[in-house]
Design a protein around this ligand. Sequence first.
Ligand code: BG6
Length: 475
Amino acid sequence: TRPDNHVIVLFGATGDLAKRKLLPGLFHLARAGLLPDSYRIVGSSRGRSALSDDAFRKHAHDAIATFGRSEPSGPAWRTFEESLSFGAADSQDPGPLVAAVRAAEDALGGQPRKLFHLAIPPAAFASFIGMLGDTGLAENSKVIVEKPFGTDLASARALNETIHTVFDESRIFRIDHFLGKESVDNILALRFANGLLEPIWNRDHISHVQIDVPETLGLEGRARFYEVTGAFRDMIVTHLIQVLGIVAMEPPVSLAAQPLRDEKAKVFAALRPIEPGQVVRGQYEGYRGEPGVAPDSPTETFIALRLEVDNWRWAGVPFYLRSGKNLAQHREVITVGLREPPLRMFRTDLPRQEMDRGNKLVIDFGDPGWIAARFLAKEPGPAMRLAPASMTFRYAGSFCQENGLEGYERLILDALLGNQSLFTGADGIEHIWEASAPLLDSPPQLHPYAPGSWGPEPAVSELIAPHQWYLPGAG
Ligand code: BG6
């Protein structure tokens, strides 16, 4: 089923997210025939970066040409282009936006729904929500709120309260685009549809879990956002802990929004408060010289930490999370380390590092992603020698990729359809901030690291010992 007719309003339409993901994603949905039969897209930004309709069309064209999956040309592009208009909005002067939205509604006729996407810095959420209420634009609409949702427990609670004065919960879509990734969604299938894995998914068989998302990207001109956000809020609180929620949750009674949110919220409620001593923070050398960054900036661009989920299934199993900018590789990898059997009857001259490459399930959730079971096998020959081996499933080549959607595409489509299953709930987010309080209150020292490296030394081995990071790994 296609969504009802919509006016989609993109706040932050001239920003980095709109350029990289939202405009290309909307165009892909349009090309794939997944947008409503009739739709209009109204770009918006603060007055000082306002564009004319034509300049916005050119902006969208260039963004899609650079970051999109298909060329902005031909009839599909022309229809899309015609749907675009622009209306600037400051919270003091929402006039041009209101006019643009009303014009778009009139062009569609009937009573189209509205979807507001707040792709703006978190500090601006509350005033924009207030403006949507005051101007009456919020009527018959839904809102997508970008991450991070708040900066700590108090601000997340306050933000939930503000949003609830204008939107009821069924109209709020707190987005975390990692949850829209095919291979993250697939974790549910992997865990709960397979007799091979379901019985071993617990502390009896799993020694530790790694959720590792190094990036090669640097600041990309996002100083204004990143300086007040940092790696912990930008990646850990949002994406990586959300992925942890899916890896660790109990089977939900169904895949509907509420049961999924409830099970994830229980995992987050069981997170042990994060001990600053179990966290390594880093900042890449040269960060303080980036345009817009304070010369004495305390913002971390790297973070690695050990988390524990204090519940029946996971007691004693450490979860190691790592992410940072300007690192050696861009990867998105979950590694599930399995406990070793006693191995006594085998020769033990295999180096520890080699042995460590067996007994693991590795889930690469980059696009298109793969899953590998790493195990130990007998090396052919007269002696019984063990060697690491692997069985790999690759999305590319295993399934037709044609219908695949990227994270943002899937989630914008779900928001248009009103399906909240892959969006985060208020209580879950508040539990995560609660567990983060000790770290936010006393962040440990900042270690410098060389761009292109794997981050500060204490994160490379000490933090994860006696285990080892799977990355940099083969394949
Ligand atoms: C965004 C972060 O949410 O996710 C960025 O703000 C990060 O800093 C990005 O680069 C990573 O997402 P993806 O899907 O491009 O790997």
